[in-house]
Design a protein around this ligand. Structure first.
Ligand SMILES: [Zn+2]
Length: 264
């Protein structure tokens, strides 16, 4: 007889470990095994692992900023996990460097790698169709995107396009609790967006009781995030108004509203 009761063991739980003032270190759990994304703070991760009787098997790094990488060496010496990260040899402690479309298996769950330059040039993101989840580091935030410290507006535009084309149900695990301030700005860019107004109220209520606003979803971000909506007439018109220019193309709209947000 053929056994049809094949159990697919995959990541079954994803939790946030708060770190610094507004970072989230996402911890992925399958049984007693765990992986963390961007552990800037080793002690916060250590405490969570010990309290929950978990073993750290993998570390996933999205980019070189210290609030995402600061815990790698300590955690590696204590737990001996496999450490994945961007190519380039510039981040200490990476065991396996990843490029566009690389496939890796983490806790019996497949992830695909996207190169997403813009915030930094080395930035990568981890997407798993198995668990409908995207770990986007500092490229995409709920209602916003990362600052362009190293990349160009075109690079950020192309990186965000990879995300907005993902299945709508994909959960989006960003690494900072920036949602409310992003939405305050988004309402300046798109004051007549009803989905945005509604989401602003929801997030305001959550943050009033100190609850996190994440994860988001691709469906929601496509409806409310001005950096994914650069072709929408109201976003374009208000960007043109801010820049005092006409006929901006979508990449120029992104560059304009990024500049506007930086000075907001
Ligand atoms: Zn960063």
């Amino acid at each position: 007889m053929i056994d049809v009761n094949i159990t697919l063991k995959m990541i079954s739980n994803i939790e946030a470990i708060p770190a610094f003032s507004d970072n989230y270190i996402w911890i992925l759990i399958n049984g007693n095994s765990a992986a963390v994304v961007d552990p800037g703070d080793a002690s916060a991760v250590d405490n969570f692992l010990n309290e929950n009787n978990l073993n750290l098997e993998s570390i996933l790094i999205t980019h070189h900023h210290f609030d995402h990488t600061g815990g790698i060496i300590d955690l590696a010496s204590k737990w001996n996990p496999k450490v994945f990260g961007p190519k380039g040899g510039h981040i200490n402690g990476i065991d396996l460097e990843l490029s566009e479309n690389a496939k890796i298996e983490i806790l019996d769950t497949e992830f695909c790698i996207f190169e997403t330059p813009g915030h930094t040039l080395d930035h990568i993101a981890y997407y798993s169709e198995d668990i409908d989840s995207l770990f986007c580091g500092d490229t995409l935030f709920s209602g916003g995107c990362g600052r362009l410290f190293e990349g160009t507006p075109l690079q950020m535009f192309n990186s965000l396009k990879k995300f907005s084309d993902l299945p709508e149900e994909t959960r989006v695990y960003c690494t900072h609790e920036y949602t409310l301030s992003n939405l305050t700005f988004a309402l300046e860019v798109e004051p007549n967006n009803d989905d945005l107004k509604k989401y602003f109220e929801e997030v305001s209520t959550l943050r009033d009781s100190n609850k996190m606003s994440l994860p988001s979803s691709i469906s929601l971000e496509n409806k409310i995030n001005p950096f994914l909506r650069t072709s929408i007439e109201e976003v374009k018109a208000n960007a043109e108004n801010y820049a005092n220019k006409k006929d901006l193309q979508p990449v120029e709209v992104l560059a304009t509203i990024r500049d506007w947000k930086d000075n907001f």
